[in-house]
Write a protein that binds this ligand. Structure first.
Ligand code: CNA
Length: 411
């Protein structure tokens, strides 16, 4: 994580927050004369826009023949089929994926906001005053226990990547993935073999840990062991509580997040999956794409700019269960068999754990505390929960993708 410290060179600071005021600002930028302004991009993107509008009807026809007639109603301008056709025509070679917790519900990890099953609907057991408190750094400073109780349920190890993760990896296999920006902290993108350089874990992960006050690095495996055993991992330097490098509200986003300033202007397709687009600044990323570049929302419900009617010209959405939608998308692209093969081979191999082997520390843990029961999770259809294993087909994907972030926090 990029937490600003006086000894470091100045770096851009963006702090995680809930809210959507930045969305409006970004939209104004998009329509203005600046680098993302409509005027500047109009000519270069007009061919793409023309393709999209021509494809609308035929895309709709294709979908009408599919078994999911209800999804057609929620599609805009041919939705999946239009975008699939663009990909097949070779018009999308720099695809950016923006992902959220909905990508991992098929792996058995609850999201935040789904009524009934989301973590926010099931927080009574953590005894916190409001849901966001569990990810609030000031609240954590006073009482880390609610977060640690939740962390026990979220720690990577008991969940497996699902079809959606492998779809993203297939985008990479086909040479089309510019980058995936995920808000997820479950590490499943890494675990399915998406290489580190293609991945931005915008809200951090459990793969590293550090003191929440002085940012001294702490062995992630030892932090995990302490938390899983209801003990507090304590900083060897200042004796404050250590926490996994998950970005809390009020903390800076990792340095790698700023890759978005290079990637989004370059992108020729944006796929937004399984997110409510409620957390800033991440949510506003989707508005920094050029206005004529297709944006495809795959989610259970319309979110962010897709809630506005009419949608902007190059916007498409396909509402419904994400895994089912992604499977249909993959079938349209002719990728389904490849993805199934990839999943089979990868999931039968043993995969490495996300946390590298522990370094020794002088002091590991201190007092133990009582813990409420862990969060219940549902089971998945594909991938889903299984025992942790180790070993990967693509070893390059298993190195620590947070190296830039980690280096910026050590003194
Ligand atoms: P969110 O606010 O809970 O939104 C999830 C979105 O996905 C909602 O719009 C849901 O309708 C949709 N969704 C959920 N399941 C499905 C499904 N099966 N099919 C279609 N749509 C579905 O979560 P966001 O990601 O938007 O919020 C960002 C937070 C959530 C990040 O900071 C994460 O750290 C945090 N989070 C992460 C995880 C994880 O790592 N797996 C789990 C829970 C929360």
């Amino acid at each position: 994580m990029n937490r600003s410290r006086s000894s470091q060179p100045p770096v851009p600071r963006v702090t995680r927050s809930a809210g959507s005021r930045l969305t409006e600002l970004a939209e104004r930028l998009d329509s203005g004369p600046g680098p993302y302004g409509k005027q500047r991009r109009k000519q270069t993107d007009s061919a793409l826009a023309q393709d999209l509008s021509q494809m609308s009807m035929s895309g709709q026809d294709t979908l009408n023949n599919s078994p999911s007639a209800s999804a057609v109603k929620s599609s805009s301008r041919g939705g999946l089929a239009s975008v699939a056709r663009l990909v097949k025509l070779g018009r999308c070679k720099n695809v950016v994926v923006v992902a959220g917790a909905g990508v991992s519900t098929a792996s058995g990890i609850p999201d935040f906001r789904t009524p009934g099953t989301g973590l926010y609907a099931n927080l009574e057991k953590y005894n916190i005053p409001y849901p966001e408190a569990i990810f609030n750094i000031d609240y954590f400073s006073n009482d880390p226990q609610p977060f640690f109780s939740l962390a026990k349920a979220l720690y990577p190890g008991s969940h497996r990547p699902n079809y959606i993760h492998y779809f993203i990896r297939m985008l990479h296999h086909k040479g089309l993935l510019l980058r995936v920006y995920t808000q997820n902290i479950d590490g499943l993108e890494r675990l399915c073999g998406i290489p580190d350089d293609k991945l931005v874990e915008a809200h951090g992960s459990f793969a590293t840990a550090a003191c929440h006050l002085c940012y001294t690095a702490y062995p992630a495996e030892e932090a995990k062991q302490a938390i899983m055993n209801d003990k507090l991992p304590i900083c060897t330097f200042c004796a404050a509580t250590v926490k996994p490098d998950v970005v809390f509200f009020g903390e800076d986003l990792p340095q790698r997040y700023f890759l978005n300033t290079q990637d989004f202007p370059k992108a020729d397709l944006l796929i937004i999956m399984g997110t409510s687009l409620q957390i800033e600044p991440f949510a506003s990323l989707v508005n920094t794409i050029r206005s004529t570049v297709p944006r495809l929302l795959l989610n259970r419900n319309a979110v962010g700019p897709f809630e506005k009617v009419p949608l902007r010209r190059a916007d498409h959405m396909e509402l419904g269960d994400l895994e089912e939608t992604v499977r249909r998308f993959a079938e349209m692209l002719g990728w389904n068999d490849d993805i199934e093969d990839l999943m089979r081979s990868q999931e039968t191999l043993s995969l490495p754990t996300l946390i590298s082997s522990p370094l020794s520390v002088d002091q590991t843990s201190c007092q133990s505390r009582g813990t409420p029961a862990g969060t219940e999770t549902s089971r998945s259809r594909a991938g889903g929960q299984r025992g942790a294993s180790s070993g990967s087909e693509e070893t390059d994907s298993e190195t620590d993708s947070k190296s830039s972030a980690s280096s910026s926090q050590s003194t």
